[in-house]
Design a protein around this ligand. Sequence first.
Ligand code: SAM
Length: 250
Amino acid sequence: MKFTVLTLFPDFVNSFFMNGMISRAVKKKIISCISINIRDFAFNHHKTVDDKPYGGGCGMVIKPEPLYAAVKYARKDRPDSRVILMTPQGRPFDQKKAWDFAKKKKSLVFICGRYEGIDERINYSLVDEEISIGDYVMTGGELAAMVIIDSVTRLLPDVLGGKESVDIDSFQNGRLEYAHYTRPSRFKDMDIPDVLLSGNHKKIEKWRITSSLKRTFLKRPDLFTQKKLKEHEKQILKKWCRELEELIKK
Ligand code: SAM
């Protein structure tokens, strides 16, 4: 899979490409990552990439000509590339979208805005889709592009150690993942649940489903409306309710 990031801060993006899981995936040739400096496509002597907004007002806007040339360059050997504009006004990114990219797309080009954003004419002439990583405004689109590249890459075959770790991730099955513990079994007077030391895989599996359901209920009950409760999940939650009632009565 190929990721191309159009940015005014290529060093920022390159440092991300050179570390951790991303750099290992590059070495294994599972992905290729390129940053393109939009400024390299500026026409004038001063390499100007921004200008004042028509109609007045604060801030600067990224000019259309350099960005247009940069997108054309990024797509020249991959005309099938999907061009994505990072913008707080885009569709919110989620795990489903990450899977969609991981399964269906072979080349993604990210436009990272700065200042007040980009000239709108680039948006409607070259952009295939607008994506936001949340309802807040950052100074640039680079972090947003990195979020997408990171979450898509870890879903690609042979990137993570075991396939299971992706299968049990939060959101994968419309639930949050269960709680994790590691050695030591006692830490500052806190013990891990006995069942995890029992060696009984059936009981451990049941404990994990219960943990996942409780966490989803407490932290993200909205997920239950996206994926309805199955019968065995209902039973687990009902049992938990009964335990809570007993506790309250005491
Ligand atoms: N004036 C714009 C607005 O209100 O919609 C925001 C511009 S923002 C300061 C500069 C750039 O950061 C944007 O062009 C975009 O590329 C990026 N950006 C900021 N917040 C983002 C978010 N939540 N998701 C994706 N990109 C974002």
